[in-house]
Design a protein around this ligand. Structure first.
Ligand SMILES: C[S@@+](CC[C@H](N)C(=O)[O-])C[C@H]1O[C@@H](n2cnc3c(N)ncnc32)[C@H](O)[C@@H]1O
Length: 282
């Protein structure tokens, strides 16, 4: 165990490969070479807490110790980015409201029920944002609205369910949105108002667990933003296929702006809206 003043353990190329293999199998996350330094820094406290000398010993712990599965969860939580905030990528949200929603409403009118999925929802800002766009929409008055947020991280989901957020999460929220959708707490924190919490449910789901995902219902719209970028191409393709299966015919998948499916041949139809590119299940 490195003592006070001892240098932090360095991750060799081989150790990175071994750990990357474990992480990729567990959740699709690719520990790229250029992330070695970040991984060293974030995982060093874990080695220290467990009394392990180097990353080879950490890898053995993850694989063979009875506490390995819990530790793997902790390691993944430390490595996978959870960055998110309310009303992220407003231009895409405008396109969703102006172009995607009216189509979804037209299809769902017979049942007056709309179901959305935020896959990889982190601490909940995205599904709550979607609820904030749906709940006060006059054309949806009296409809049954369902917004499911899922993530791999138990910690992120606990935060999401609490529905309390600080200034960083609210940095793109306008004063009007803040007043309409949040109750002020102390210290610059805010809580999502009850009527926007009501349609939102959260669940633990690893997107590479196809069997668990197959138990989900069908959705009218799926948001999966800033998640696929961390996956290897094969996992990305499998997850995209899973989204296809979980969409109702005519339903749309919306990705983050740094991601696109153009390089993946999928069954999706690419639809260029005025304000965004979306993927539609024909
Ligand atoms: C950068 S956040 C994106 C949050 C939100 N979608 C947004 O765009 O603001 C990525 C989230 O994806 C989750 N994630 C990564 N791999 C996952 C997997 N295999 N299954 C489920 N969630 C995963 C992470 O835990 C993290 O909370």
């Amino acid at each position: 165990m490195p003592g006070f003043g001892e240098p932090r353990p360095v991750m060799s190329r081989e150790e990175r490969h071994l750990l990357a293999d474990l992480f990729e199998k567990a959740c699709g996350f690719v520990l790229r070479d250029d992330l070695t330094f970040v991984a060293e820094r974030r995982l060093a406290p874990r080695l220290e807490a467990l009394g392990l000398r180097d990353f080879a010993a950490y890898h053995r712990f993850l694989r063979f110790d009875p506490r390995g599965p819990d530790e793997l969860e902790t390691a993944i939580d430390l490595l996978v980015p959870h960055e998110t905030y309310f009303f992220r990528e407003p231009q895409q949200l405008d396109a969703f409201e102006a172009e995607v929603l009216p189509e979804a409403e037209a299809r769902a009118r017979p049942t007056r029920r709309l179901a959305l999925w935020s896959a990889g929802c982190s601490t909940g800002e995205e599904p709550y944002t979607l609820a904030m766009l749906l709940v006060d929409r006059p054309s949806l008055a009296g409809w049954e609205l369902d917004v499911l947020g899922t993530d791999l991280s138990k910690k992120a989901l606990t935060h999401a369910r609490r529905a309390e957020f600080g200034p960083t999460a609210l940095r793109a929220t306008t004063p009007e949105q803040l007043a309409r959708c949040f109750e002020p707490l102390t210290g610059g924190r805010h809580r999502v108002k009850g009527r926007f919490r009501a349609p939102v449910r959260f669940g633990l789901l690893n997107l590479i667990d196809e069997r668990a995902a197959a138990l989900l219902p069908r959705f009218d719209v799926i948001f999966c933003r800033n998640v696929l970028i961390y996956f290897d191409p094969l996992t990305r393709r499998r997850v995209v296929e899973l989204f296809y299966e979980r969409l109702s015919p005519g339903g749309c998948l919306l990705l983050g702006h740094s991601e696109n499916l153009l390089s993946l041949s999928t069954r999706f139809e690419i639809v260029q809206l005025k304000g965004d590119l979306v993927y539609r299940r024909p």
